[in-house]
Design a protein around this ligand. Structure first.
Ligand code: UDP
Length: 246
């Protein structure tokens, strides 16, 4: 039986349960270069989401027969820690985690100059430490920073954001409750300099007009996230510069 809703998700003034207006992102914190043992790394907090990404490579491919003669093999593992959600999640990879690993990889690949590194692999590990809806987008946002931190040549960063429909209203960046109890969720990944959408999924039902509005709303969200990504990358190098000076 579907869970009974306890509370209205959007009040008469258009304010959501976490106090946001419909077109507002959750607070975002981004950090680059926090894992010493990885070639590149990044951490994101978006609302209550906490996600860590490590990148290794370009490196030798194991097993060797998977090597691609004219480009790097991009591998991605999205994983939710057993303690990342209220009901313990089995640590074994689920169907959902396999799907997310695949779509995240495919959303990042067009941004990477994979042709520069034939017969190598670039490995991406995404660990969701705490999940609160929209983890695939937050993971993508952090993963592109971790790739840049690893020094992997890229056409641009990839920014990602979802928009959805909640109690008849179109809303940006749904949290877990809105995602579960709302009518639809539409995650988008976007490469700014190419103006290319590299991930577009949808869960739920909307009209064609709402669909177009949601895509545009999600891209607007990506446009707000992109400068935060650039700032986070710069912050790492400012810190390195200060360290060198000392
Ligand atoms: N979730 C959960 N248990 C699971 C998988 C997901 O509680 O085993 C929650 C988690 O908060 C996640 C949300 O459901 O962020 C929405 O999941 P969805 O599959 O829509 O992916 P996401 O929105 O995280 O990209």
């Amino acid at each position: 039986m579907p869970k009974k809703k306890t509370k209205k998700l959007i009040d008469k003034n258009g304010v959501r349960i976490d106090g946001r207006e419909l077109n507002k992102l959750r607070p975002i914190k981004l950090e680059v270069g926090i894992l010493d043992n990885a070639d590149g790394s990044a951490y994101i907090e978006q609302g209550k989401n906490k996600i860590l990404v490590g990148v290794y490579g370009p490196k030798e491919v194991h097993p060797k027969h998977l090597a691609i003669s004219d480009r790097a093999l991009l591998r991605c593992r999205y994983h939710m820690a057993p303690f990342s959600v209220q009901e313990r999640k089995s640590p074994a990879p689920s169907r959902r985690e396999r799907e997310l690993s695949k779509v995240i990889k495919e959303a990042l690949q067009p941004a990477i100059f994979v042709k520069y590194y034939p017969r190598t692999s670039i490995e991406l590990f995404i660990e969701v430490l705490q999940a609160d809806g929209g983890t695939r987008c937050a993971s993508l946002t952090a993963a592109s920073l971790a790739l840049a931190d690893a020094g992997i040549p890229m056409r641009d960063l990839v920014a990602a954001c979802a928009a959805g429909k909640v109690e008849g209203h179109l809303a940006l960046d749904l949290n877990d409750t809105e995602d579960k109890e709302g009518e639809a969720d539409l995650p988008v990944a976007w490469i700014p300099t190419l103006n290319a959408v590299t991930l577009l999924q949808m869960d739920g039902k909307v009209t064609l007009e709402e669909f177009e509005q949601l895509v545009n709303m999600a891209i607007e969200g990506c446009k707000q996230i992109y400068p935060l990504q650039k700032e986070a990358l710069k912050a790492k190098y400012i810190a390195v510069k200060e360290e060198v000076k000392e």
